[in-house]
Write a protein that binds this ligand. Sequence first.
Ligand SMILES: [Zn+2]
Length: 470
Amino acid sequence: MKLLYLIALICLFPQSEENPLSSDNAGPRRSFEDIKREIAGYSDVAKKIIDLAIHGKAQNRSYERLAFFVDTFGPRVSGSRNLELAIQYMHKVLKEDGLENVHLEPAKIPHWERWEESAMMMKPRNYSIALLGLGGSIGTPPEGITAEVLVVTSFDDLHQKAQEAHGKIIVYNQRFVSYGETVQYRVRGAVEAAKVGAKASLIKSITPFSIHSPHTGIQEYQSDVPKIPTACISVEDAEMMSRMSSRGTKIVVTLKMGAKTYPDADSFNTVAEIVGSTYPEQVVLVSGHLDSWDVGQGAMDDGGGAFISWEALSLIKDLGLRPKRTLRLLLWTGEEQGGIGAEQYYKMHKENISNFDMVMESDEGTFMPTGLAFTGSDKARDIMKEIMKLLKPINVTDVFENGEGTDINYWIHDGIPAASLRDDLTRYFWFHHSQGDTMTVQDPIQMNLCAALWTVVSYVIADMDEKIPM
Ligand SMILES: [Zn+2]
Protein backbone atom coordinates (compact mmCIF):
# COMPACT_ATOMS: atom_id res chain seq x y z
CA MET A 1 0.00 0.00 0.00
CA LYS A 2 2.72 2.41 0.97
CA LEU A 3 4.82 1.57 -2.11
CA LEU A 4 1.85 2.06 -4.41
CA TYR A 5 1.23 5.45 -2.86
CA LEU A 6 4.87 6.43 -3.41
CA ILE A 7 4.77 5.40 -7.07
CA ALA A 8 1.59 7.38 -7.58
CA LEU A 9 3.25 10.43 -6.04
CA ILE A 10 6.33 10.15 -8.26
CA CYS A 11 4.11 9.90 -11.35
CA LEU A 12 2.08 12.91 -10.27
CA PHE A 13 5.10 15.15 -9.64
CA PRO A 14 7.77 13.99 -12.09
CA GLN A 15 9.80 17.23 -11.95
CA SER A 16 9.70 17.99 -8.29
CA GLU A 17 13.24 16.80 -7.62
CA GLU A 18 15.06 18.71 -10.34
CA ASN A 19 14.02 22.15 -9.21
CA PRO A 20 13.48 22.36 -5.49
CA LEU A 21 12.09 25.92 -5.74
CA SER A 22 9.78 25.33 -8.68
CA SER A 23 7.10 23.10 -7.25
CA ASP A 24 4.84 25.99 -6.10
CA ASN A 25 2.77 27.64 -8.84
CA ALA A 26 4.16 31.04 -7.95
CA GLY A 27 7.62 29.82 -7.00
CA PRO A 28 10.75 30.88 -8.81
CA ARG A 29 12.12 28.54 -11.42
CA ARG A 30 15.77 29.20 -10.60
CA SER A 31 18.14 27.62 -8.13
CA PHE A 32 18.63 29.21 -4.73
CA GLU A 33 22.21 30.08 -5.77
CA ASP A 34 20.81 32.19 -8.64
CA ILE A 35 18.51 33.99 -6.22
CA LYS A 36 21.36 34.61 -3.78
CA ARG A 37 23.44 36.12 -6.59
CA GLU A 38 20.55 38.31 -7.69
CA ILE A 39 20.04 39.64 -4.12
CA ALA A 40 23.76 40.25 -3.59
CA GLY A 41 23.59 42.38 -6.74
CA TYR A 42 21.48 44.90 -4.79
CA SER A 43 24.27 45.76 -2.37
CA ASP A 44 25.12 49.05 -4.11
CA VAL A 45 21.48 50.16 -4.20
CA ALA A 46 21.11 49.17 -0.55
CA LYS A 47 24.14 51.28 0.38
CA LYS A 48 22.71 54.27 -1.51
CA ILE A 49 19.40 53.93 0.36
CA ILE A 50 21.18 53.62 3.71
CA ASP A 51 23.42 56.62 2.94
CA LEU A 52 20.55 58.83 1.91
CA ALA A 53 18.42 57.84 4.92
CA ILE A 54 21.13 58.11 7.55
CA HIS A 55 23.79 60.55 6.34
CA GLY A 56 22.31 62.24 3.27
CA LYS A 57 19.77 65.00 2.77
CA ALA A 58 16.92 62.73 3.88
CA GLN A 59 18.33 62.20 7.35
CA ASN A 60 15.80 62.95 10.14
CA ARG A 61 13.10 63.60 7.53
CA SER A 62 10.62 60.98 8.79
CA TYR A 63 11.11 62.29 12.35
CA GLU A 64 10.58 65.91 11.32
CA ARG A 65 7.55 65.11 9.19
CA LEU A 66 6.07 63.13 12.08
CA ALA A 67 6.77 65.89 14.62
CA PHE A 68 4.90 68.45 12.51
CA PHE A 69 2.06 65.97 11.96
CA VAL A 70 1.48 65.02 15.60
CA ASP A 71 1.99 68.55 16.92
CA THR A 72 -0.56 69.83 14.39
CA PHE A 73 -3.26 67.16 14.67
CA GLY A 74 -2.70 65.61 18.10
CA PRO A 75 -4.19 62.23 18.98
CA ARG A 76 -6.34 60.65 16.27
CA VAL A 77 -8.89 58.30 17.76
CA SER A 78 -11.24 56.40 15.45
CA GLY A 79 -14.26 58.52 14.54
CA SER A 80 -12.69 61.84 15.61
CA ARG A 81 -12.34 65.06 13.65
CA ASN A 82 -8.59 65.01 14.43
CA LEU A 83 -8.25 61.74 12.54
CA GLU A 84 -10.15 62.94 9.50
CA LEU A 85 -8.14 66.21 9.35
CA ALA A 86 -4.95 64.15 9.63
CA ILE A 87 -6.05 61.88 6.76
CA GLN A 88 -6.91 64.87 4.52
CA TYR A 89 -3.50 66.35 5.32
CA MET A 90 -1.71 63.12 4.41
CA HIS A 91 -3.63 62.95 1.14
CA LYS A 92 -2.34 66.44 0.31
CA VAL A 93 1.31 65.94 1.33
CA LEU A 94 1.68 62.54 -0.35
CA LYS A 95 0.60 64.23 -3.60
CA GLU A 96 3.00 67.11 -2.99
CA ASP A 97 5.74 64.52 -2.44
CA GLY A 98 5.26 63.44 -6.07
CA LEU A 99 3.94 59.95 -5.30
CA GLU A 100 1.57 58.26 -7.74
CA ASN A 101 -2.07 57.16 -7.49
CA VAL A 102 -2.50 59.05 -4.23
CA HIS A 103 -6.07 58.50 -3.14
CA LEU A 104 -8.39 57.72 -0.23
CA GLU A 105 -10.44 54.53 0.03
CA PRO A 106 -13.58 54.79 2.19
CA ALA A 107 -14.05 52.74 5.36
CA LYS A 108 -16.63 52.87 8.16
CA ILE A 109 -15.03 52.96 11.58
CA PRO A 110 -16.26 52.98 15.22
CA HIS A 111 -16.93 56.29 16.93
CA TRP A 112 -16.55 56.28 20.70
CA GLU A 113 -15.81 59.24 22.96
CA ARG A 114 -14.76 59.17 26.57
CA TRP A 115 -16.00 62.61 27.68
CA GLU A 116 -15.62 63.37 31.41
CA GLU A 117 -14.50 60.59 33.68
CA SER A 118 -13.30 60.22 37.26
CA ALA A 119 -12.84 57.68 40.02
CA MET A 120 -12.97 59.01 43.58
CA MET A 121 -11.98 56.83 46.48
CA MET A 122 -14.54 57.60 49.25
CA LYS A 123 -13.29 55.09 51.84
CA PRO A 124 -10.89 54.64 53.63
CA ARG A 125 -9.91 58.17 52.54
CA ASN A 126 -10.77 60.68 49.83
CA TYR A 127 -8.44 60.26 46.91
CA SER A 128 -8.67 60.85 43.15
CA ILE A 129 -7.66 57.69 41.25
CA ALA A 130 -5.89 58.23 37.91
CA LEU A 131 -8.19 56.76 35.29
CA LEU A 132 -8.64 56.18 31.55
CA GLY A 133 -11.85 54.60 30.31
CA LEU A 134 -11.36 51.69 27.93
CA GLY A 135 -12.31 51.98 24.27
CA GLY A 136 -15.94 51.08 23.65
CA SER A 137 -16.91 51.16 27.35
CA ILE A 138 -20.38 52.29 28.26
CA GLY A 139 -20.72 55.25 30.61
CA THR A 140 -22.12 55.32 34.13
CA PRO A 141 -25.33 57.05 35.19
CA PRO A 142 -24.64 60.80 35.72
CA GLU A 143 -24.41 60.35 39.49
CA GLY A 144 -21.84 57.59 38.97
CA ILE A 145 -21.57 54.13 40.45
CA THR A 146 -20.62 54.03 44.12
CA ALA A 147 -19.65 50.59 45.34
CA GLU A 148 -17.27 48.61 47.45
CA VAL A 149 -14.12 47.37 45.73
CA LEU A 150 -13.17 43.70 45.38
CA VAL A 151 -9.49 43.27 44.43
CA VAL A 152 -8.53 40.14 42.47
CA THR A 153 -5.20 39.01 41.08
CA SER A 154 -6.45 36.87 38.18
CA PHE A 155 -9.59 35.50 36.50
CA ASP A 156 -9.17 32.36 38.65
CA ASP A 157 -9.06 34.50 41.77
CA LEU A 158 -12.22 36.29 40.57
CA HIS A 159 -14.04 32.99 40.08
CA GLN A 160 -13.01 31.82 43.54
CA LYS A 161 -14.38 35.05 45.02
CA ALA A 162 -17.50 34.99 42.82
CA GLN A 163 -19.81 34.93 45.89
CA GLU A 164 -18.40 38.26 47.10
CA ALA A 165 -18.38 39.96 43.69
CA HIS A 166 -22.07 40.82 43.32
CA GLY A 167 -22.67 44.58 43.23
CA LYS A 168 -18.98 45.42 43.63
CA ILE A 169 -16.41 47.25 41.53
CA ILE A 170 -13.78 44.67 40.56
CA VAL A 171 -10.17 45.87 40.64
CA TYR A 172 -7.83 43.60 38.68
CA ASN A 173 -4.33 43.65 40.14
CA GLN A 174 -2.92 41.04 37.76
CA ARG A 175 0.80 40.39 37.38
CA PHE A 176 2.37 41.71 34.15
CA VAL A 177 3.84 38.76 32.24
CA SER A 178 3.95 40.07 28.68
CA TYR A 179 1.71 42.41 26.74
CA GLY A 180 0.38 39.55 24.59
CA GLU A 181 -0.56 37.46 27.62
CA THR A 182 -1.61 40.11 30.14
CA VAL A 183 -3.72 42.20 27.73
CA GLN A 184 -6.55 39.65 28.13
CA TYR A 185 -7.39 41.40 31.43
CA ARG A 186 -8.02 44.65 29.54
CA VAL A 187 -9.92 42.90 26.73
CA ARG A 188 -12.09 40.51 28.81
CA GLY A 189 -11.98 42.08 32.28
CA ALA A 190 -15.41 43.72 32.07
CA VAL A 191 -17.13 40.61 30.69
CA GLU A 192 -15.69 38.32 33.37
CA ALA A 193 -16.59 40.80 36.11
CA ALA A 194 -20.14 41.21 34.77
CA LYS A 195 -20.61 37.44 34.71
CA VAL A 196 -20.26 37.35 38.50
CA GLY A 197 -22.57 40.33 38.97
CA ALA A 198 -20.07 43.18 39.36
CA LYS A 199 -21.18 46.77 38.64
CA ALA A 200 -17.93 47.96 37.02
CA SER A 201 -14.33 46.90 36.51
CA LEU A 202 -11.03 48.74 36.91
CA ILE A 203 -7.96 47.12 35.39
CA LYS A 204 -4.34 47.65 36.32
CA SER A 205 -2.73 49.12 33.20
CA ILE A 206 -1.00 46.65 30.88
CA THR A 207 2.56 47.90 31.30
CA PRO A 208 5.73 46.67 33.01
CA PHE A 209 6.65 50.18 34.24
CA SER A 210 4.67 53.16 35.43
CA ILE A 211 4.90 56.72 36.64
CA HIS A 212 1.27 56.71 37.72
CA SER A 213 -0.05 56.63 34.17
CA PRO A 214 -3.20 54.78 33.12
CA HIS A 215 -3.07 53.10 29.66
CA THR A 216 -6.22 52.75 27.56
CA GLY A 217 -7.00 50.31 24.73
CA ILE A 218 -9.81 48.30 23.24
CA GLN A 219 -11.99 46.00 25.33
CA GLU A 220 -14.71 43.65 24.16
CA TYR A 221 -18.23 43.10 25.43
CA GLN A 222 -20.03 39.85 24.85
CA SER A 223 -23.59 39.93 23.51
CA ASP A 224 -24.98 37.55 26.16
CA VAL A 225 -23.31 39.29 29.13
CA PRO A 226 -24.54 42.63 30.59
CA LYS A 227 -22.32 45.60 29.68
CA ILE A 228 -20.64 47.30 32.64
CA PRO A 229 -18.42 50.43 32.62
CA THR A 230 -14.70 49.61 32.53
CA ALA A 231 -11.50 51.62 32.78
CA CYS A 232 -7.79 51.29 33.37
CA ILE A 233 -6.08 52.58 36.48
CA SER A 234 -2.37 53.04 37.23
CA VAL A 235 -0.14 50.24 38.46
CA GLU A 236 0.43 52.29 41.62
CA ASP A 237 -3.27 52.70 42.46
CA ALA A 238 -4.09 49.03 41.72
CA GLU A 239 -1.28 47.91 44.01
CA MET A 240 -2.29 50.35 46.76
CA MET A 241 -5.88 49.08 46.74
CA SER A 242 -4.56 45.52 46.79
CA ARG A 243 -2.46 46.29 49.88
CA MET A 244 -5.40 48.01 51.56
CA SER A 245 -7.75 45.11 50.93
CA SER A 246 -5.26 42.50 52.12
CA ARG A 247 -5.18 44.42 55.43
CA GLY A 248 -8.95 44.01 55.58
CA THR A 249 -9.62 47.69 54.84
CA LYS A 250 -12.95 48.42 53.18
CA ILE A 251 -12.55 50.45 49.98
CA VAL A 252 -15.43 52.37 48.39
CA VAL A 253 -15.11 54.10 45.03
CA THR A 254 -17.39 56.39 43.04
CA LEU A 255 -16.82 55.87 39.33
CA LYS A 256 -18.17 58.42 36.83
CA MET A 257 -17.75 57.91 33.09
CA GLY A 258 -19.42 59.95 30.36
CA ALA A 259 -18.30 57.51 27.65
CA LYS A 260 -20.60 57.11 24.66
CA THR A 261 -20.64 55.12 21.42
CA TYR A 262 -22.05 56.85 18.32
CA PRO A 263 -22.99 55.43 14.91
CA ASP A 264 -19.99 54.33 12.82
CA ALA A 265 -18.14 57.21 11.18
CA ASP A 266 -16.93 57.75 7.62
CA SER A 267 -13.18 57.46 7.27
CA PHE A 268 -10.52 56.43 4.77
CA ASN A 269 -7.47 54.27 4.26
CA THR A 270 -4.81 56.46 2.62
CA VAL A 271 -2.98 55.07 -0.41
CA ALA A 272 0.05 56.19 -2.45
CA GLU A 273 2.24 54.29 -4.89
CA ILE A 274 5.36 54.06 -6.93
CA VAL A 275 3.98 52.17 -9.90
CA GLY A 276 5.98 49.14 -11.01
CA SER A 277 7.90 49.35 -14.29
CA THR A 278 7.40 45.75 -15.43
CA TYR A 279 4.59 44.21 -13.37
CA PRO A 280 2.53 47.24 -12.30
CA GLU A 281 -0.38 45.00 -11.27
CA GLN A 282 1.78 43.18 -8.72
CA VAL A 283 2.00 44.78 -5.28
CA VAL A 284 4.37 45.02 -2.34
CA LEU A 285 2.42 46.69 0.44
CA VAL A 286 4.19 48.80 3.11
CA SER A 287 2.04 50.13 5.90
CA GLY A 288 1.35 51.63 9.30
CA HIS A 289 -1.80 53.09 10.85
CA LEU A 290 -2.76 56.76 11.11
CA ASP A 291 -5.34 56.44 13.87
CA SER A 292 -4.28 56.29 17.53
CA TRP A 293 -5.90 56.45 20.96
CA ASP A 294 -7.28 59.75 22.19
CA VAL A 295 -4.41 60.43 24.60
CA GLY A 296 -0.83 61.59 24.06
CA GLN A 297 0.02 62.21 20.40
CA GLY A 298 0.02 58.76 18.85
CA ALA A 299 3.63 59.47 17.86
CA MET A 300 4.93 56.01 18.73
CA ASP A 301 1.73 54.04 18.06
CA ASP A 302 1.73 54.26 15.19
CA GLY A 303 2.97 57.59 13.84
CA GLY A 304 6.50 56.19 13.60
CA GLY A 305 5.43 53.12 11.62
CA ALA A 306 3.24 55.17 9.27
CA PHE A 307 5.96 57.75 8.64
CA ILE A 308 8.85 55.33 7.99
CA SER A 309 6.52 53.61 5.51
CA TRP A 310 5.97 56.95 3.74
CA GLU A 311 9.73 57.53 3.97
CA ALA A 312 10.39 54.26 2.12
CA LEU A 313 8.56 55.57 -0.95
CA SER A 314 10.18 59.01 -0.63
CA LEU A 315 13.70 57.56 -0.49
CA ILE A 316 13.11 55.33 -3.52
CA LYS A 317 11.71 58.26 -5.46
CA ASP A 318 14.60 60.54 -4.41
CA LEU A 319 17.08 57.99 -5.75
CA GLY A 320 15.24 57.87 -9.09
CA LEU A 321 14.46 54.18 -8.60
CA ARG A 322 11.38 52.45 -9.95
CA PRO A 323 10.99 48.80 -8.93
CA LYS A 324 9.52 46.20 -11.29
CA ARG A 325 6.46 45.76 -9.08
CA THR A 326 4.27 48.46 -7.55
CA LEU A 327 5.24 49.63 -4.11
CA ARG A 328 2.02 50.60 -2.36
CA LEU A 329 1.90 52.69 0.81
CA LEU A 330 -1.13 51.99 2.99
CA LEU A 331 -1.92 54.19 5.98
CA TRP A 332 -4.70 52.35 7.74
CA THR A 333 -7.64 53.83 9.60
CA GLY A 334 -9.44 52.31 12.62
CA GLU A 335 -6.58 49.95 13.58
CA GLU A 336 -6.94 50.41 17.33
CA GLN A 337 -10.53 49.16 17.23
CA GLY A 338 -9.30 45.87 15.74
CA GLY A 339 -8.01 46.50 12.20
CA ILE A 340 -11.40 47.85 11.05
CA GLY A 341 -10.10 49.89 8.09
CA ALA A 342 -7.75 47.13 6.99
CA GLU A 343 -10.55 44.57 7.03
CA GLN A 344 -12.60 46.66 4.61
CA TYR A 345 -9.56 47.18 2.39
CA TYR A 346 -8.97 43.44 2.34
CA LYS A 347 -12.58 42.72 1.38
CA MET A 348 -12.40 45.25 -1.45
CA HIS A 349 -9.10 43.95 -2.84
CA LYS A 350 -8.93 40.24 -2.05
CA GLU A 351 -10.14 39.30 -5.54
CA ASN A 352 -6.70 40.48 -6.71
CA ILE A 353 -4.88 38.50 -4.03
CA SER A 354 -2.74 36.61 -6.56
CA ASN A 355 -1.07 39.96 -7.35
CA PHE A 356 0.02 40.53 -3.75
CA ASP A 357 3.69 39.66 -3.41
CA MET A 358 4.25 40.68 0.19
CA VAL A 359 2.44 42.63 2.92
CA MET A 360 4.47 44.63 5.47
CA GLU A 361 3.39 46.58 8.54
CA SER A 362 5.40 48.54 11.09
CA ASP A 363 3.28 48.85 14.24
CA GLU A 364 5.52 47.92 17.15
CA GLY A 365 7.62 51.02 17.52
CA THR A 366 10.41 52.66 15.54
CA PHE A 367 13.10 52.49 18.22
CA MET A 368 16.54 50.97 17.53
CA PRO A 369 15.85 48.34 14.83
CA THR A 370 16.89 44.76 15.58
CA GLY A 371 15.72 43.00 12.40
CA LEU A 372 12.73 41.85 10.46
CA ALA A 373 9.99 39.48 11.63
CA PHE A 374 8.72 37.27 8.84
CA THR A 375 5.77 34.94 8.28
CA GLY A 376 5.89 32.67 5.24
CA SER A 377 7.28 29.44 3.85
CA ASP A 378 10.78 28.15 4.57
CA LYS A 379 11.79 28.91 1.00
CA ALA A 380 10.62 32.47 1.36
CA ARG A 381 12.37 32.79 4.74
CA ASP A 382 15.68 31.74 3.14
CA ILE A 383 15.23 34.53 0.60
CA MET A 384 14.41 37.05 3.36
CA LYS A 385 17.62 36.07 5.16
CA GLU A 386 19.59 36.90 2.00
CA ILE A 387 17.81 40.24 1.64
CA MET A 388 18.54 41.15 5.26
CA LYS A 389 22.27 40.61 4.59
CA LEU A 390 22.04 43.83 2.57
CA LEU A 391 21.54 45.62 5.91
CA LYS A 392 25.04 44.61 7.04
CA PRO A 393 26.25 48.26 6.81
CA ILE A 394 23.91 49.11 9.72
CA ASN A 395 24.43 45.75 11.39
CA VAL A 396 20.75 44.76 11.52
CA THR A 397 20.49 41.48 9.62
CA ASP A 398 18.33 39.18 11.79
CA VAL A 399 15.16 37.52 10.54
CA PHE A 400 12.72 36.55 13.31
CA GLU A 401 9.48 34.56 13.42
CA ASN A 402 5.98 36.09 13.54
CA GLY A 403 5.74 38.85 10.95
CA GLU A 404 2.10 39.44 11.88
CA GLY A 405 0.36 42.78 12.34
CA THR A 406 -3.29 43.60 13.09
CA ASP A 407 -3.79 45.18 9.67
CA ILE A 408 -1.96 42.61 7.54
CA ASN A 409 -3.26 39.46 9.25
CA TYR A 410 -6.16 39.23 6.77
CA TRP A 411 -3.64 38.60 3.97
CA ILE A 412 -1.47 36.32 6.11
CA HIS A 413 -4.47 34.02 6.66
CA ASP A 414 -4.61 33.61 2.89
CA GLY A 415 -0.91 32.67 2.75
CA ILE A 416 0.60 35.94 1.53
CA PRO A 417 4.17 36.35 2.89
CA ALA A 418 4.35 39.08 5.51
CA ALA A 419 6.92 41.08 7.43
CA SER A 420 6.96 43.50 10.31
CA LEU A 421 9.72 45.69 11.67
CA ARG A 422 11.46 44.52 14.85
CA ASP A 423 13.04 47.02 17.19
CA ASP A 424 14.08 47.45 20.80
CA LEU A 425 10.76 47.13 22.65
CA THR A 426 12.18 47.76 26.12
CA ARG A 427 10.32 51.05 26.53
CA TYR A 428 7.44 50.54 24.10
CA PHE A 429 4.82 49.47 26.64
CA TRP A 430 5.84 52.18 29.09
CA PHE A 431 4.20 54.72 26.76
CA HIS A 432 1.73 52.59 24.79
CA HIS A 433 -1.86 53.96 24.73
CA SER A 434 -1.07 56.54 27.41
CA GLN A 435 -0.56 60.29 27.69
CA GLY A 436 3.14 59.44 27.44
CA ASP A 437 2.96 58.45 23.75
CA THR A 438 4.36 61.74 22.42
CA MET A 439 7.10 62.91 20.07
CA THR A 440 9.42 63.06 23.08
CA VAL A 441 9.86 59.27 23.04
CA GLN A 442 10.84 59.22 19.34
CA ASP A 443 14.46 59.51 18.25
CA PRO A 444 15.49 60.80 14.80
CA ILE A 445 18.56 58.57 14.47
CA GLN A 446 16.59 55.45 15.35
CA MET A 447 13.87 56.43 12.88
CA ASN A 448 16.53 56.90 10.15
CA LEU A 449 17.77 53.36 10.77
CA CYS A 450 14.24 51.93 10.76
CA ALA A 451 13.47 53.77 7.52
CA ALA A 452 16.67 52.45 5.89
CA LEU A 453 15.79 48.85 6.78
CA TRP A 454 12.16 49.21 5.72
CA THR A 455 13.15 50.78 2.39
CA VAL A 456 15.85 48.27 1.44
CA VAL A 457 13.56 45.31 2.18
CA SER A 458 10.50 46.67 0.39
CA TYR A 459 12.46 47.92 -2.62
CA VAL A 460 14.39 44.69 -3.20
CA ILE A 461 11.26 42.53 -2.89
CA ALA A 462 9.40 44.79 -5.30
CA ASP A 463 12.26 44.74 -7.79
CA MET A 464 13.40 41.11 -7.79
CA ASP A 465 12.86 39.09 -10.97
CA GLU A 466 10.32 36.84 -9.30
CA LYS A 467 7.76 37.13 -6.52
CA ILE A 468 8.55 35.79 -3.06
CA PRO A 469 7.33 32.17 -3.10
CA MET A 470 4.29 31.38 -0.93
ZN1 LIG B 1 -0.60 50.39 16.73
